[in-house]
Design a protein around this ligand. Structure first.
Ligand SMILES: NC(=O)c1ccc[n+]([C@@H]2O[C@H](COP(=O)([O-])OP(=O)(O)OC[C@H]3O[C@@H](n4cnc5c(N)ncnc54)[C@H](OP(=O)(O)O)[C@@H]3O)[C@@H](O)[C@H]2O)c1
Length: 294
C-alpha cells in the first residue's frame, strides 16, 4: 500500500480506501456483520486504513453500525473514518439540531468517540449556506467529536460550495471522478490543489462499469441502485468502457485495478474509495497502489 497526506488535515491515508454505501443493502445484497468484518479485515491486511461511510447508508446508521461492530475489535487509531451528515433516513436533514443528533448517532453506531472526517453529504447550496450549521460543527470540532470537516460535493463544478467549504474550515473534498466523468479537472481539482485540500474520489469505478465486466444491455435488479439509472445512459457508458478497455488498458491487467490507478495518477487526487462487495474486490482494488507513480 502507499499512503498520502490528506491535504491540510495532515492525516496519512492509504491511497486506496473502502467505500461502504454497499453495506446499506442498496447494491443487490444485504450484508451481515461477518461479511462486513471480512471485507474490513482483508482491507486491513492489505494496508488500507481509510473507510468512507454515511449516517444515511441504510436506515438508522446501518452501514455505520456494521463498521462499528468491527471497530469494537480494533485499535481505533489504526483507522481513518470519514462519514457524512444531512442525507438521513431518506430525507434531507441539514438543520443544525438534526445534524447534531445524526453526529451523536454516528458516534454511537461507529462505537467511537471521534470522527476523523465529517462531511456535508451532497446537499444543495441552500442547505450549505447556513452559518448556524457551520458554527455548530465548529463547536463539535472544539469538543473533540470531529477531527476535520469535509464536503462530499454533489455536482462536479460546484465552486460555490468548494470556496465556501474552505471558508468554513473544511480540509477535505469528496468528489465523483473517474476515467469517464472528468469534469472536476476543469475547476474543482485545480482549486483543491491550490488550497491544499485532501481529495477523496468517490465512484472511481463509475458504479462498477469501469471494471469491464458489464457489456451494453446489462440490467440490474430492483434491489440494486443502478436499476434507477437510465438504460440509455448505462449503454452509452458501457460502449465507452469497451473503447477504453481496448485502447488504454494493458493486456492481462485487471480493468478495475487499472481504473483506480488512473484516478490516483491524476494530480490533486489523494485517495480513491471504491465500494466493495466482497474480499476479492478489496484485493484487486488494493493492487492499484502498485501502479501509482507518486
Ligand atoms: N454523494 C456521496 O457522498 C457519495 C455518492 C456515491 C458514493 N459515495 C461513496 O463512494 C464509494 C464508492 O462509490 P460507489 O460505490 O457508488 O461506486 P464505485 O466504487 O465506482 O463502484 C462500486 C461497485 O463496483 C463493483 N466493484 C468494486 N470493486 C470491483 C472489482 N475489483 N471488480 C469488479 N467489480 C468491482 C461492485 O459492484 P458489483 O460487483 O455489483 O458490480 C461495487 O459495488 C461509496 O461506497 C460511498 O462510500 C459517496
Amino acid at each position: 500500500m502507499k499512503y498520502r497526506r490528506l491535504g491540510k488535515t495532515e492525516i496519512n491515508v492509504s491511497v486506496v480506501g473502502i467505500g461502504t454505501w454497499q453495506f446499506s443493502g442498496s447494491w443487490g445484497h444485504d450484508f451481515n456483520a461477518k461479511e462486513a468484518a471480512d471485507i474490513l479485515d482483508t482491507a486491513k491486511d492489505r494496508g488500507i486504513n481509510l473507510i468512507d461511510t454515511a449516517a444515511g447508508y441504510g436506515r438508522d446508521h446501518l452501514s455505520e453500525r456494521l463498521i462499528g461492530e468491527y471497530m469494537h475489535t480494533q485499535k481505533r487509531e489504526d483507522w481513518v473514518i470519514a462519514t457524512k451528515f444531512g442525507n438521513y433516513n431518506g430525507q434531507k436533514q441539514y438543520a443544525p439540531d438534526q445534524v447534531l443528533s445524526q453526529l451523536n448517532g454516528s458516534l454511537k453506531a461507529l462505537q467511537t468517540d471521534y470522527i476523523d472526517v465529517y462531511q456535508f453529504h451532497s446537499g444543495t447550496n441552500e442547505h450549505f449556506d447556513n452559518d448556524e450549521l457551520w458554527t455548530m460543527l465548529d463547536k463539535q470540532v472544539q469538543a473533540g467529536k470531529i477531527r476535520h470537516l469535509g464536503n462530499s460535493i454533489g455536482s462536479p463544478d460546484n465552486m460555490h460550495q468548494a470556496e465556501g467549504s474552505v471558508r468554513n474550515g473544511c480540509g477535505v473534498f469528496q468528489i465523483r471522478y473517474n476515467r469517464i466523468d472528468r469534469q472536476p479537472e476543469e475547476t474543482l481539482l485545480p482549486y483543491a490543489a491550490e488550497q491544499d485540500i485532501g481529495v477523496l474520489v468517490r465512484v472511481p469505478l463509475c458504479s462498477g462499469f469501469l471494471t469491464g465486466k458489464y457489456k451494453p444491455g446489462a440490467t440490474f435488479g430492483s434491489d440494486d441502485v443502478r436499476n434507477k439509472q437510465e438504460q440509455k445512459r448505462i449503454d452509452r457508458i458501457l460502449r465507452e468502457v469497451e473503447v477504453i478497455q481496448q485502447n488504454e488498458v494493458p493486456e492481462r491487467m485487471n480493468m478495475a485495478t487499472w481504473a483506480l490507478a488512473w484516478c490516483l495518477n491524476q494530480e490533486a487526487v489523494t485517495a480513491v474509495i471504491p465500494g466493495c462487495k466482497n474480499t476479492q474486490q478489496v484485493l484487486s482494488n488494493a493492487e492499484a497502489a502498485d501502479y501509482v507513480n507518486r
